[in-house]
Design a protein around this ligand. Structure first.
Ligand SMILES: *Cc1c(COP(=O)(O)O)cnc(C)c1O
Length: 382
């Protein structure tokens, strides 16, 4: 049966509990499961490998990405790490030049010293991706929209390159969420999520996920998932199952508020530059229109004539927005990428891709837009 998005968000992977009729998936707080005879069990042996609450969540997230298989991890980084374990010394990876800071860090500080080579290119340029591929390239890792300058990569065009060159193709879909964009439908092999963000949606869980259609790939990844053990507990799985039930409602509100905030900031005298893919003059606007259902709730601004001190001063003046790392929760957050989320990227590298000292990133929440705009007004005019 193929249901639409909201129905899947509320029901996929979840049936009433067969023993009690409980409508909500129980939190199976157990590490182990009884076997009638050695090997004679109900599909669950030990919770590092499989747990019923986590399984319901994995099936639900896979359904939202139009995938057959899902794996949940104790963080987005654990999910990324699981993919990288498929690589061997000498292998190469082609990836974006303005990645999430933690992805850049695991690539350059953990896997590069183990003999894997990473080439960073502007993934909004398909030819740059194609030209960076060598005979040793085993993985293309793309983030779109990027963080924090919201550059767009053409998921389908890069999928053609990946197919042509027979390279595994992973899309980090954290910023868009499955509500706005489904990379598996556009030819990606695996979708990665920091579930911590929009999927969880309430800033109360750290979790990651990998979703895919290929069973053989799923089995290879499941091996590392179970062998290395970065799997989340049932309580967190329950919280995310609950969060996902309103994903479609939250995303509509994030997009609507994101639009209002972006339009307000566009002509503000203190704003030198604004990044939001909904504007027709945003360089990725046409790609966004083609592959996303709406433009999302992430907005970045460069403050006019502000040095680091002035930027810090403004970032600390908010009453409704909270100054904090992360994004995608119901509450609005403001972040200073240069020193917070992207602090692990060297200054000259981050500045090249626009992560300057006077850049602020907004994760627009689902409060009343009028209150968010009034808060921006007072913080920028003080
Ligand atoms: C937060 C984030 C991650 C890392 O996920 P964690 O859950 O924090 O480990 C990866 N990619 C993107 C785009 C992110 O925003």
């Amino acid at each position: 049966m193929s249901y639409k998005f909201a129905t899947k968000a509320i029901h996929a992977g979840q049936q009433s509990d067969p023993t009690t009729g409980a409508v909500m998936t129980p939190i199976y707080q157990t590490s182990t499961y009884q076997q009638k005879a050695p090997g004679d069990h109900k599909g669950f042996e030990y919770s590092r490998g499989t747990n019923p609450t986590r399984k319901a969540l994995e099936d639900c997230m896979a359904a939202l990405e139009n995938g057959q298989f899902g794996l949940a991890f104790s963080s987005g980084m654990a999910a990324t790490d699981c993919v990288l374990r498929l690589l061997k010394p000498g292998d190469e990876v082609v990836t974006g030049d303005d990645l999430y800071g933690g992805s850049y860090r695991i690539f350059t500080k953990v896997y590069e010293p183990m003999g894997i080579k990473f080439t960073f290119v502007d993934t909004s340029d398909v030819d740059a991706v194609r030209n960076a591929i060598s005979d040793q390239t085993k993985l293309i890792w793309v983030e779109t929209p990027t963080n924090p300058t919201l550059k767009l990569a053409d998921i389908e065009a890069i999928a053609q390159v990946a197919k042509e060159k027979q390279v595994l193709y992973v899309v980090d879909n954290t910023f868009a969420s499955p509500y706005l964009q489904n990379p598996l439908d556009l030819g990606a092999d695996v979708v990665m999520h920091s579930v911590t963000k929009y999927l969880g949606g309430h800033s109360d869980v750290v979790m990651g996920a990998l979703l895919m259609n290929d069973e053989d790939l799923y089995k290879r990844l499941w091996f590392y998932y179970n062998a290395c053990g970065g799997t989340p507990g049932p309580q967190d799985a329950f919280l995310v199952l609950r969060g996902i039930k309103t994903l479609h409602l939250r995303m509509k509100a994030h997009c609507e508020n994101g639009r209002k905030v972006a339009e307000y900031l566009k002509d503000h005298p203190k704003v030198e530059k604004i990044y939001w893919p909904g504007f027709t003059d945003h360089p990725g606007h046409e790609i966004a229109k083609k592959q996303m259902r709406d433009f999302g709730g992430m907005v970045s601004i460069v403050l006019k004539g502000a040095d680091l001190n002035e930027t810090f001063r403004i970032a600390s003046q908010f009453n409704v927005f909270t100054l904090a790392e992360s994004l995608g929760g119901v509450e609005s957050l403001i972040n200073h990428p240069a020193t917070m989320t992207h602090g692990s990227i060297p200054k000259e590298i981050r500045e090249k891709v626009g992560v300057v000292d006077n850049l602020l990133r907004l994760s627009v929440g689902v409060e009343d837009a009028e209150d968010l705009i009034a808060d921006l007004e007072q913080a920028l005019s003080r």
